[in-house]
Design a protein around this ligand. Structure first.
Ligand SMILES: Nc1ncnc2c1ncn2[C@@H]1O[C@H](COP(=O)(O)OP(=O)(O)O)[C@@H](O)[C@H]1O
Ligand SMILES: [Mg+2]
Length: 382
């Protein structure tokens, strides 16, 4: 039987495609088990959700009840509360029991509980139609935020709550949600929380002085996976699926992908597909470059549109970032070589490019987030 592609991108990675993160995983699991409130911060696509999922499944195997919610997928504060209540009520229990429990524990309003049979296994839908004013919402929120503690006491098991894309909580009604959640979490010794966020600047503000989550618990800043470990991992997965990787292939993939976990897996996945489709048993740099060429061609129209939307000054700065590997952008030499304007106009372009999610600052260095776009700029623009 032909084996499946061992590289996964764009979703939470299954155990089999999960590389490294051993130290992070141990620490996250231990802290959650100890009932800590952890902040997990990194730019998008570094692997936060995958890491959290793995920690939760380890903890669940050890007997914890786990609840996993993505805050950014809710369109309002009330719908977030509905989702949260549903997740807490249905954690490892039959819907009938969940229904009764919710009816009992929510006292400030009457929940509307429906069983949706159409979903694969059936699920409980929770709504709070009577909640209208801001005061109603606040009272309800206080009640719901207390539920993890209550659940843990009643079921006599540790509870772990993961609120992913947590920075989105800011949009609901900012300060008061943070306050209520922090106050509730603080009283729940037996409940571990992980608040993962993809917008480092927003998340850093949220844990700064004067904000409710200041010093609420440990902060983990997720870094990239060490390049050599990731490279070995890739060559090994090629090998396991019957394709021999030429030495250096893993390192080349990691390098071309800017070592962003998502981009590394994407490039490896696509290269593997092309090699398998060609019926080859060996993977080398030639195949890697052929695949890269195909991906760039496929994205050409989209990158063209991105490029067209930029001002001339932004285009010049973006090209300079690519050609200079993101360094020394303000030096006189760089400015001359790439015919850039003065430092303040370069700064303005850099800020605009970061705001559009095209660039990211890593220490002193600017990085084009999408490694394919970086290659496209290097090859197709002048
Ligand atoms: N530990 C890992 N090993 C291998 N690939 C990973 C790992 N973590 C993340 N990735 C890759 O990055 C992609 C994005 O990961 P994800 O967990 O969704 O990141 P985030 O939540 O930080 O945005 C995954 O789909 C996968 O391709
Ligand atoms: Mg995520």
């Amino acid at each position: 039987m032909a084996s499946a592609n061992p590289f996964i991108y764009g979703e939470i990675v299954p155990d089999d495609s999960f590389a490294d993160r051993e130290v992070e995983l141990d620490r996250l699991t231990a802290d959650l088990r100890a009932g800590q409130k952890i902040f997990l911060i990194s730019p998008r696509r570094y692997g936060k959700s995958s890491l959290v999922r793995r920690a939760l499944s380890t903890l669940a195997r050890q007997g914890a009840l786990t609840v996993d919610l993505t805050v950014s997928s809710y369109s309002s504060y009330v719908s977030f509360l509905e989702g949260y209540a549903r997740a807490l009520a249905t954690v490892e229990t039959k819907w009938q029991r969940a229904r009764e429990w919710l009816g009992d524990v929510i006292t400030t309003t009457r929940p509307e509980l429906r069983y949706e049979a159409d979903a694969a296994s059936g699920r409980l839908a929770v709504a709070f139609p009577l909640v209208r004013t801001e005061r109603d919402v606040t009272r309800l929120a206080n009640e719901i935020f207390a539920l993890p503690g209550r659940l843990s006491t009643e079921r006599k098991r540790p509870v772990i709550v993961s609120l992913d894309e947590f920075q989105a909580i800011d949009a609901f009604n900012g300060g008061s949600v943070e306050h209520a959640l922090r106050a509730a979490a603080q009283q729940q010794r037996q409940v571990g929380y992980v608040f993962a966020g993809s917008e480092p600047s927003l998340m850093e503000k949220m844990i700064g002085p004067k904000r409710p989550f200041y010093k609420a618990g440990p902060v983990m800043r997720l870094e990239k996976i060490p390049a050599d470990i990731f490279a070995d991992f890739i060559e090994n997965r090629f090998g396991r699926t019957g394709i021999r990787a030429e030495p250096g292939l893993g390192a080349a993939i990691v390098d071309l992908a800017g070592n962003l976990p998502y981009d590394v897996q994407r490039l490896a996945h696509e290269t593997w597909d092309d090699i398998r489709a060609a019926g080859m048993k060996k993977a080398g740099l030639d195949q890697l470059h052929a695949t890269l060429g195909r991906l760039l061609a496929e994205q050409d129209t989209m990158f063209e549109a991105v490029w067209q939307r930029l001002t001339l000054a932004q285009r010049a700065v973006l090209r300079a970032v690519v050609l200079q590997s993101g360094r020394e952008l303000l030096s006189a030499e760089t400015r001359n070589r790439h015919r850039l304007g003065g430092p303040s106009s370069i700064q303005a372009s850099l800020s605009a490019l970061m705001k559009q999610d095209l660039l990211l600052k890593e220490g002193p260095q600017y990085v084009v987030i999408d490694s394919l776009l970086r290659e496209w700029i290097a090859r197709k623009t002048f």
